[in-house]
Design a protein around this ligand. Structure first.
Ligand code: GZL
Length: 322
């Protein structure tokens, strides 16, 4: 599994684009053939998703030799399957998928394979025969969970701690893997889970579910693990409305590292934020061009992720790209 530094990927992709020496062969006049790509995005559920979508649209530009057909599925798996069927029927050159959930992909991916249309996964992984897709580009969700859990274990593990969890989209790879990683990191500590429910990676649902947790458990909650910044940001409203102080009465650890999440951390509302880099577009575009050109590509490209405490967030904010 290859780790990539977005900076290096950007340099190589720009170099390839400038020299025009990538893409599927060349047409008369030496210009590369336009590559038509169908992109099945989850939807627009979070700040992270907005940054990921922009990164993909920037990379799959006409200047870079692409025609992008973009579909946002409103986080409905059935909409995504329909979008991929449509891309196949349109005869696109390649399909990129950020899968809402991990299951239900084999049949439509077999259709893409039968149509000789390569599939590349970005962001989320799926449970399907690996021969049905050329490559995956994304972040290590399990490690993100381990990093968040290790902070919780170090900070609160030796005192009786009651935790509630705002889970991501049910059945999605980040929700599954972050929970696994976090659970492994707090094993054997005094952190006990009071409740765990999905907030669908959105602020609105994060607030609603946190309101329910507060009605049920009140001041006995010491820690909130929000599987993305947006649900944690929604929970802040609920915590403050309950007359409690986030970051103090209830400590909060979240994952994504968006500007809003790092701002909450810098202001003391959050206590720790683990990064999940959404700027995947350049790497995905490079892999698509290589696949179309018949070059060998790795099965997985993993983005580098960091983590932030209050001071690190304050230092990072002035130049934060998303
Ligand atoms: C993670 C990505 C998740 C983010 C959420 O790579 O799939 O989906 O953590 C987003 O913010 O909605």
């Amino acid at each position: 599994m290859k780790k990539f530094l977005v900076g290096i990927a950007v340099a190589s992709a720009v170099a390839l684009a400038l020299t025009g020496c990538s893409g599927s062969g060349s047409t008369a006049g030496g210009s590369a053939k336009v590559i038509t790509v169908g992109f099945a995005q989850t939807g627009s559920e979070s700040g992270w998703r907005a940054a990921n979508t922009q990164s993909m649209k920037d990379a799959f530009s006409t200047e870079n030799g692409f025609k992008l057909i973009f579909n946002a599925a409103d986080n409905k798996p059935e909409n995504q399957i329909a979008a991929v069927h449509s891309f196949i029927n349109q005869g696109v050159d390649a399909i990129v998928i950020a899968a809402v959930v991990t299951t239900g992909w084999d049949d439509v991916l077999k259709e893409a394979k039968d149509a000789n249309i390569p599939v590349i996964l970005e962001d989320r992984t799926i449970d399907a025969d690996p021969s049905l897709y050329a490559s995956w580009i994304g972040d290590d969700f399990k490690q993100e969970g381990v990093t968040a859990g290790a902070w919780a274990a170090k900070t609160l593990g030796t005192t009786a701690t009651s935790m509630v969890v705002l889970e991501g989209t049910t059945g999605s790879a980040p929700a599954i893997d972050r929970a696994t990683g976090f659970g492994s990191a707090i094993k054997g500590t005094q952190i006990k889970t009071l409740d765990s429910q999905t907030g669908n990676f959105t602020r609105a649902d994060g607030k609603t579910v946190m309101e329910g947790f507060l009605q049920k458990y009140g001041k006995s909650i010491n820690l909130l693990f929000a599987q993305n910044d947006d649900m944690g940001l929604g929970a802040l409203d609920a915590i403050k409305s309950a007359g409690l102080t986030p970051g103090k009465d209830i400590q909060i650890v979240a994952i994504d590292g968006t500007k809003d999440g790092l701002t909450a951390l810098s202001q003391g509302d959050f206590n720790y934020v683990v990064e999940c880099n959404p700027l995947l577009g350049e790497q995905v575009a490079t892999v698509v061009k290589d696949v179309i050109a018949g070059k060998k590509v790795d099965k997985a490209y993993t983005a580098k992720d960091g983590a932030f405490d209050k001071d690190q967030a304050t230092a990072a904010l002035p130049t934060r790209k998303y």
